[in-house]
Design a protein around this ligand. Sequence first.
Ligand SMILES: [Zn+2]
Length: 328
Amino acid sequence: MSIEPFNIIKMKSELKYSIGIDLGGTFIKFGLVCSNGELLYEGTLPTEANISSDKVIDNLIIAVRDVLMYAKLHQIVPIGVGIGTPGIVDRTHRIILGGAENIAGWSNIHLSEIMEKACGLPVWVNNDANMMGLGEQAFGVAKNFSDVLFLTIGTGIGGAIIIDNKLFGGYNNRGAELGHTPLIADGIPCACGSVGCLEAYASTTALIRQFKSLSEEAEVIYKEEVTGKLIIQLYLENNNIAVEVLDAHCKYLGRGIAGFVNVFSPQRVVLGGGISECGNFYIEKINEAMQKHVVSACAVNTEICAAQLGNKAGTLGSAQWAFNCSTK
Ligand SMILES: [Zn+2]
């Protein structure tokens, strides 16, 4: 029998476990996470967002109970639950205030309180993009960096700001809406009610809209569904329209990021969402555009990179959020 050195025994005893939940409009992804970043158990459930907020809460409770069963079998006691949800969360009051269009009735939900009563564990809630950013900073491509910006490029643009190892959400967690940074004065309308936001110009939805509009003008019809992936494929084949819209997309995104770098001077700008996985050329194009607009002294320590954790970022980040909150 070998005897483990004292420092290894000490390290093991310091490991903690928490439950991370990534609540999306279609699926609830969840898992049991160790404080060293290991995902010990994971599962997925349909959100059933179109039914009711009560149904969504029932499904979240099923997810927690499922993890607790696994944990009990392995004699693990999680310290609590972290949940990343769409919408605005008042962190202090642990309530979802609203702003989550993809879940029916998802406003004024006292989620922490309801879940704690049902599951018997502390529950901490935060915005989903914040949780993805935290996941990348704790366990992904921005690990070991204290100052990080995260952007998820998809239907919209979500963001997270981490300053000195802490998530920054503004007073009462009402800020960090990076996608709604005004980019173009008198620009096109945005989902938030304003005009000319970064999201309205540089989301994947905007890229597809611009591609379809130019294709229609050129009387080119695509039989398959136009997606970000198709546009990237056509770009790599040197298709004129794809080149034009992707160039514009990267220009807008680079310009938006330059603004963030001028303010926060982060060490890493992490780009998530499906399109960020398309290759180095994409990151390089955005970096080129960013460098054109940034105050160079602000960007000396900044590197733009693609997210690393894919669809696990939300689960891992939510679990990390539970670790952070439990030690406060
Ligand atoms: Zn907006």
